[in-house]
Structure formats: C-alpha cells, structure tokens
Design a binder for this molecule. Sequence first.
Ligand code: URA
Length: 426
Amino acid sequence: MSMDVIEVIVAKRDGGELTGAQIDWVIDAYTRGEVADEQMSALAMAILLNGMNRREIAGWTQAMIRSGERMDWSALDRPTADKHSTGGVGDKITLPLAPLVAACGAYVPQLSGRGLGHTGGTLDKLESIPGWRASLSNDEMLSVLRSAGAVVCAAGSGLAPADKKLYALRDVTGTVESIPLIASSIMSKKIAEGTGSLVLDVKVGSGAFMKTPERARELAETMVALGTDAGVRTVALLTAMDRPLGRAVGNALEVEESVEVLAGGGPPDVVELTVRLAREMLEAAGISGPDPARALADGSAMDAWRRMITAQGGDPDAVLPRAAETMVVEAPSSGILSRLDAYAVGLAAWRLGAGRARKEDPVSFGAGIVLHAKPGDLVRAGQPLMTLHADETGRFERALAALQGGYEVGTGSAEVLPLVLDRITA
Ligand code: URA
C-alpha cells in the first residue's frame, strides 16, 4: 500500500494519533528509502513534541522489529535472559553480570553497542582485551552461547535495520530525547534479539539520558509494557547515575575492575548492582536456587568469564592496554566528598580519549579515570581524589576543565540517590 508521507507528518504535527497502517507503511518505506531522511526527521520531531500513545508505540516497535530478522534461541536447553542499561558513567556491569548469570544456569545472548558521547559502550570495553572479537555470525553466537553460557557481541546489520537508520538520523536532528522513540528503539532490538526475559537498568541522574526519577520511571514503564506485550518477561530497575558507578571509568580500566568483581572483590556498589541484577534476571528466567553472590565468591562466574572471552578470540590473561601518561587530581581541602558528578567525570574521561565524538572515531583503550574517593568519603587536603589516564599530556587541560565544579569537598554529608531507586513490573 502506498500512502502520502506528508499526510502522516501533518497528522502527528497536529497532535493526532497515527493508525497502525500509517506506522507500518512509514517505517517500511523509510527503511526502503522511499521516505526521505528530511521527511522522517520532521516526523521524529513531531513525535518528540506531541508524543505517541501506548498503541502507537507498540505498533512502531513491532514495525521496526519486522524491518529485519528476529533471532530464535529455542534450540537451547535452558532459558535465556538479558539485561539492558540505558547507559552511564563507569557502567561496566554487563562484564561481570553476563558470565555470572551464565554460571547460575541461564543463557545470556547479549547484543551490545559502542559508546557515543560521555557514556561508554560495552563493546569498546571488551575490545580492549587483546584478540577479542565483537562481530560474530548467528552460528558463532549460538556456538559461544553453548560453550560459555553467555555471549556479548555487536548486533548484525539484519537486526532492526529501521532503528539503525532512524537512530543515526535522530542523533543529528535533536530527536533522541523522546521517550516513545527511545523505548521503541531499545525494545525493538531487545525483542528481535530473541531473549525470553529481560531486565532493564534505567539510569537516573546527571550522567544518564533521564535526569529525573519521573522521566526514568516513564521510560521504564513504557519499555516494560512493550516487552510484556511482546511476550518477553520484562522488569526494570531505576538506578543511580548521579555519581559514577565503581571507581574505574574508561575501557581497559573498567575491564580490570570487572575482573576484580569476578574474583570476589571490587567496589561495593558494582558488586551490589551486579548481584541484584543477576537475581532479577534469574527470577525473570524462572531459575531459582543458585545464589549469584556465591557464584562470585566460589570462582564459577570467573570460569564462565574466561570461557566467554576465550570463545570470542580474547586472551583473559593478556596484559591490558595502559595509557602512557597520568595526572593526579588532589582534594582542594579536608572534609567530606559531598558531590562527584557523573556527567563531569564522564565528559572528562571522554576528553581523555576513552570515548568518541563520531561513530567512526577510534577510542583509546587505556584512557580514563580512576577514582580514589567516592561521595561520602572523608578526604584530607592534598590527598589524591582521582588519577587521569591519557595517551598524550595535551588532553589533561580539557579534562580538568570538564571536572571544574564537578566535585565538592565540604563539611556536610553527601547527598546521593540510593543505588536502586525503584523496581517497575508490568
Ligand atoms: N539507545 C538506543 O538504542 N536507542 C535510543 O534511542 C537511545 C539509546
């Protein structure tokens, strides 16, 4: 069926509801190149300004799923479970979590992305491990899943191609921050990935897409409804991203911290969130019995990590890349570190080379920041607060500028969000 794209744009511009047929047609025609980028930009802006209701969002999501392949893991003998984070600073949780959940009895088929802007990407972190490969065929994915229990790799071009095209367009037209468009973008890929259950980690705070608990809750509720309607058991946690997660921010630095967690150590917030998300994933997958905290302590999660990295060509014992230069930032006075802003730290790490400005840019694997104090800690004047890592000293000045005003040492207590703010179910 052919339709008039201008009629579809005008309907949404004037605050109307799109019909199912209009949504199916516009997504298909855009994927085929019949609807032009400028027309889809206008429609995306109309959606950003006027929203979509639950029926429209579900239709939009299904149309994006139908634009490509839908993966199927029914040949596997155990349930599948996945986690998706909306992205944050120091958020390396997938690295210890995927092997941990595999060690507890679920298969974890995770399609992940690269970082853009101040948030890091899971694939960039794993690619800092010498030899590790992000691109796998569907047969290779299945084989890694069978041998290691978990696979983390790049989504192939056949998965939700409509979203791939639309997301790139939103990125350059100021239309990323629309809850219907974010929810349908994330969930079309997760549903097409074929997981049986899904736990969403929706970040809240300065370092997250969603700056307030209200916006994060709306996004979480929308995504949980989409997953549930598509037959995926879906639950969401709202978690803090007002300060960085853990102590390491940057690709290889975050791999090191993840390995500490898998060895039974690591920062308390990373351990707590990893175990909490693992419990949620196992419950959603219908697996009771195994205790994720025990699997971290007894080495079985570490064994699964080593199998997963090796199966994708990586050497789990390899020395990780290190940046050539370091610079210590000291506490300006004695007192309590009352604030350490996630966005400021993420931006500084990005400027040090840990992130990319354009999709095509390379990242520096060794660049980033190691935090020596977290909000609530008592610090003395002159004590190291953080160490900056970069390949060239010329990067330090702009990183320091990003950190200006991003931390405070005072006499009052730290005001931070609780690590887990809320749990959203259908
Ligand atoms: N991540 C996605 O995959 N899509 C969005 O729209 C935003 C974040």
